[in-house]
Design a protein around this ligand. Structure first.
Ligand SMILES: Cc1cc2nc3c(=O)[nH]c(=O)nc-3n(C[C@H](O)[C@H](O)[C@H](O)COP(=O)(O)OP(=O)(O)OC[C@H]3O[C@@H](n4cnc5c(N)ncnc54)[C@H](O)[C@@H]3O)c2cc1C
Length: 501
């Protein structure tokens, strides 16, 4: 059995703190990206008084500049708005009253969940009112028999998952941002994450929604049943709509049974061809217990070692694969995982590998992958492309981008959710450069369209990628999308400048 020897090889994970130094605030979005303000009204005293009468004066209507700062800048520090107020409703009725008022006075609104979105959708572009969902954080009902949960939209993903753990259930979604992102934000972005290959994305797991429309009307599509074909599936319109069609106030989710056994193997490989062969082998041999498969290239791990506190249990290899299994029988799953690794080593699929079933070591290995975004963000300007493409093309595009940009950037990195064909292509430069950003986008868009892939696999379009909407969709589809926007939000008060160009 390989496990005991290999477990010994694991150095104890990534040290916790990878937050490095202070970074200056980004420029205001309106300056950096030269965008025109829409014909919305400016916030005035009487408006503020209305909100204060509705929500109270201090904690739920923020107007202090220092309080507003964190709501005006996105997680990646690429965009910055200048909103003068954050509103924090607690109930659907309050959300409805706020929207009715904003619609009447043509005040633009930006709904914000945990503000972990990386498509620049969650912060205002100009002075839009920020509608923070953070106080709408009640878990309403967990039904252990049918394995479903109903909660308000502002519940934090990790907190919901912890509450479900006691009932032997889990949220079928896992993101590096789980400690801050909210279920409503996850639905609004149709989040994917590490385990899409096993459980699907939010489209697959959302059973029902309660949504407040731009005219204040509340749509009650909050069913918890798994099958419901009585009419059009209206809730689907709002999944992935990034706050542009309505405000999600409650969510019903199907949950998965929490696995009793978990194993992770971390592998070093020579070529991407070997990565593909090993991935196929894992699908065949680990079958029903396979739950995640992440890939990283040598540039990514090397950079992590040099610039963050990343500690890899393996020496340097051109590629790395992280494979996770989740099942119900520790002995069975451990035998399967160890046999897989043994035959992958013997068959020269992989050059080296470690495996573990110990929770703390599993966490350390996952931290290698999960802490990458924070490390890049803290360095300088990074452009993150969230691409869906045939896996055979996966690293060709990383090499091509590296060649194309040659000495213009610090480096180009490739890592991502191999299990579902989602590559995160990260380009790192010391500072923002408009020429570089524009040129790179033209190059990548052409390549991705040629492959019929997607320029946004799981992050959405937000503000920075809204230009893709008419490019990546055919004309009739694009027109239908803009018609739906006009129908649901005729005054365009909901998250303007996002998704729709
Ligand atoms: C370290 C890190 C790792 C990440 N890993 C992944 C990953 O693996 N997979 C993945 O898919 N994403 C990932 N993300 C991106 C992000 O966490 C997800 O997009 C997440 O779903 C956003 O949730 P949020 O609550 O933070 O939403 P926010 O960032 O606040 O908002 C995102 C968008 O949704 C809208 N919105 C938020 N709440 C509502 C609501 N209640 N009603 C209507 N609209 C709303 C906002 O207006 C905005 O357009 C990662 C981010 C970080 C920082």
């Amino acid at each position: 059995m390989l496990s005991s020897k290999l477990v010994g090889l694991i150095k104890f994970g990534v040290r916790n703190n990878i937050f490095r130094g202070f970074r200056a605030q980004p420029d205001f979005t309106k300056n950096r990206y030269q965008v025109e303000r829409g014909f919305y009204n400016y916030l005035q005293e009487p408006h503020l008084r209305y909100f204060q009468d509705l929500l109270g004066y201090e904690e739920r209507v923020l107007t202090n500049l220092s309080d507003l700062e964190k709501y005006n800048v996105d997680w990646f520090q690429q965009v910055r708005g200048s909103s003068a107020v954050v509103l924090k409703p607690k109930t659907t009725e309050e959300v409805s009253k706020i929207i009715v008022y904003c619609n009447q006075y043509k005040l633009a609104l930006c709904t914000q969940g945990g503000n972990t979105g990386v498509a620049s959708g969650a912060v205002p572009v100009f002075d839009e009112i920020i509608l923070s969902m953070e106080l709408m954080n009640e878990i309403i009902e967990i039904d252990e028999n049918s394995g479903t949960v109903v909660c308000q939209a502002g519940v934090i993903l990790e907190e919901l998952d912890n509450a479900l753990a006691g009932k032997g259930l889990m949220v079928p979604l896992d993101l590096g941002s789980k400690g801050s992102c909210q279920i409503g934000g996850n639905v609004a972005t149709n989040a994917g994450g590490m385990r899409v290959m096993r459980y699907g994305n939010m489209h697959g797991n959302t059973l029902g929604l309660e949504v407040v429309k731009a005219n204040g009307e509340v749509l009650d599509c909050l069913t918890s049943v798994r099958k419901d074909n009585s009419g059009l599936h209206l809730k689907n319109l709002f999944i992935g709509s990034e706050g542009t069609l309505g405000i999600i106030t409650k969510v019903a989710l199907q949950c998965s049974t929490r696995p009793k056994s978990q194993h992770v193997t971390f592998l070093g490989l020579q070529t991407f061809d070997k990565v593909l062969k090993t991935s196929k082998k894992a699908k065949h041999e680990l079958g029903e217990i396979l739950s995640a498969m992440e890939v990283m290239d040598s540039h990514t791990i090397k950079w992590g070692k040099e610039h963050t506190n990343l500690v890899s249990p393996l020496d340097d290899y051109p590629f790395y694969l992280l494979i996770e299994t989740a099942g119900s029988n520790v002995e069975h799953d451990s035998i399967k995982m160890n046999e897989f690794l043994e035959s992958a080593l013997k068959g020269h699929y992989v050059l080296n590998g470690v495996v573990t079933g110990e929770p703390s070591k599993i966490q350390s290995i996952w931290a290698i992958r999960e802490n990458l975004p924070q490390g890049f963000k803290d360095y300088g300007w990074c452009a993150l492309y969230d691409l869906s493409l045939p896996v055979t093309e996966y690293f060709n595009i990383v090499d091509e981008t590296r060649d194309y940009l040659k000495n213009h950037v610090e480096d180009v990195f490739g890592f991502g959710h191999l299990g579902d064909g989602n590559l995160h292509l990260q380009v790192l430069a010391r500072k923002y450069d408009k020429w570089l950003a524009d040129d790179l986008e033209t190059f990548l868009t052409k390549r991705i369209l040629d492959m019929r892939g997607s320029m946004s696999a799981e992050h959405g379009l937000g503000f920075l990628k809204r230009k893709y909407l008419p490019i990546v969709n055919d004309h009739p589809s694009y027109t239908l999308m803009t018609d739906l926007k006009k129908l649901l939000d005729p005054n365009r008060i909901l998250n303007p400048y996002k998704v729709f160009p």
